[in-house]
Design a protein around this ligand. Structure first.
Ligand code: ADP
Length: 219
């Protein structure tokens, strides 16, 4: 569980989550194509460690200059290797980064326009952040399909892909936190229709303020 600062803009905030390679980015892109502001916490996580940001200085102080590349940028692979199997170091890194990522996300959300916003947060359920957003949208698909897509997209071997999946929340845990669900086990084209339905629902909710409408399962 981590503490997240509240949103103060009073708008509707949709948390989009799902296991790795379930199709979150694909769904997020479809919302963006419909003009919905999308704030991706993975992107924010990269922004907060850009050169010149205080986080990068602190990371260098904690873990040494070997986590920087020749241009002085964070070498993410080197940092991952440094904290891999070093639980206290990983905790230290997370304690530094998570509040910064969440605060920067809130800032970007408040600066964005739109009737509602989609916040992509891959680890929303793992971090106990379901209550941070107004509704949780889960992109769900069978684990075997996730593995196939992950191996095809990132070229990872099966063992690595399985270990990444094992470290994340289970399908059941994620679905238990969901308000709305897109089951992404069919053709890509059916995602478009699903996003169109949800976009309509979220616009309605944003207008009438009833955030507790029953969940929708699509397609
Ligand atoms: P995530 O953001 O959840 O990690 P992505 O949106 O990147 O997942 O999807 C993982 C991979 O699977 C990508 O290569 C994407 O193009 C592909 N993909 C997503 N949805 C489908 C689908 N319905 N059919 C086939 N491939 C898909």
């Amino acid at each position: 569980m981590i503490e997240a600062p509240p949103f103060r803009d009073g708008r509707l905030h949709i948390g989009l989550t799902g296991g790795i390679a379930s199709g979150k980015s694909t769904v997020a892109r479809l919302f963006a194509e419909r003009g919905v502001p999308v704030i991706d916490t993975d992107q924010v996580a990269r922004q907060v460690v850009e050169p010149g940001q205080p986080a990068l200085e602190e990371i260098t102080r904690l873990f040494g200059p070997e986590v920087l590349d020749a241009d002085g940028r964070l070498d993410r692979a080197a940092l991952r290797a440094r904290v891999f199997r070093d639980e206290p170091a990983r905790r230290q890194l997370e304690a530094l980064l998570h509040p910064l990522i969440l605060a920067a996300t809130v800032q970007q959300v408040e600066a964005a326009d739109g009737l509602y916003q989609v916040i992509v947060a891959p680890l929303l359920v793992e971090f106990g952040l379901a209550g941070w957003v107004d509704r949780v949208l889960v992109v769900d698909c069978p684990a075997e399909m996730q593995l196939e897509r992950l191996m095809a997209r990132d070229g990872s071997d099966e063992e690595l892909a399985r270990s990444i999946l094992a470290a994340q929340a289970s399908r059941e845990q994620r679905l238990a936190a969901a308000d709305d669900v897109i089951t992404n086990d069919g053709p890509r084209e059916s995602l478009e229709a699903a996003v169109a339905v949800l976009d309509g629902l979220y616009r309605d909710i944003a207008r009438d303020g009833d955030r507790d409408r029953p969940g929708v399962r699509l397609p």
